[in-house]
Write a new protein. Structure first.
Length: 148
């Protein structure tokens, strides 16, 4: 059950919900050091899945906002447009670094934003998934080596 909790908590911590799965990972690692590889794999997969959910949320948001040209100022859609419309300068900065920014998807707060922006900007799914998994795996790998 605790491994399942690690998977779920790691996934939720990688979405826009707050949370730090490192504490659960570290405590399970100290209790079960013989299962270090499996704990690393479970935490990596859960966290990567959460990052990919955020990526898809960005894609859905972009599709939703592009469905109609204008929205009355009283609607929720108008408020979403105002919150999630990126200035051209920021979009250019994101595009200049490209999907490689997703290697930093593990960084608290801004990593979730990178995943959301990647989906919003329509970056390639396979490349983004591989970079998200690589970044998340490195994060838990460093933690594993530090605690071992």
């Amino acid at each position: 059950m605790s491994w399942f909790a690690l998977f779920v908590y790691s996934g939720l911590a990688a979405t826009l919900l707050p949370g730090g799965s490192e504490i659960l990972f570290a405590s399970l690692l100290m209790e079960q050091p013989e299962h270090a590889f499996w704990l690393w794999l479970i935490a990596t997969l859960g966290n990567s899945l959460g990052g990919y959910v955020t990526f898809f949320m960005g894609g859905l948001l972009a599709r939703r906002l592009r469905q109609t040209e204008t929205a009355p100022k009283q609607t929720i859609r108008y408020r979403l447009e105002q919150m999630f419309t990126l200035p051209a300068k920021r979009v250019d900065q994101l595009h200049s670094h490209g999907a490689w920014l997703l290697l930093l998807s593990w960084v608290p707060i801004i990593g979730d934003g990178f995943c959301l922006a990647a989906g919003y900007l329509g970056w390639p799914k396979k490349l983004c998934l591989s970079l998200i998994v690589t970044g998340k795996a490195a994060r838990y790998g460093v933690l594993l080596l530090w605690l071992a």
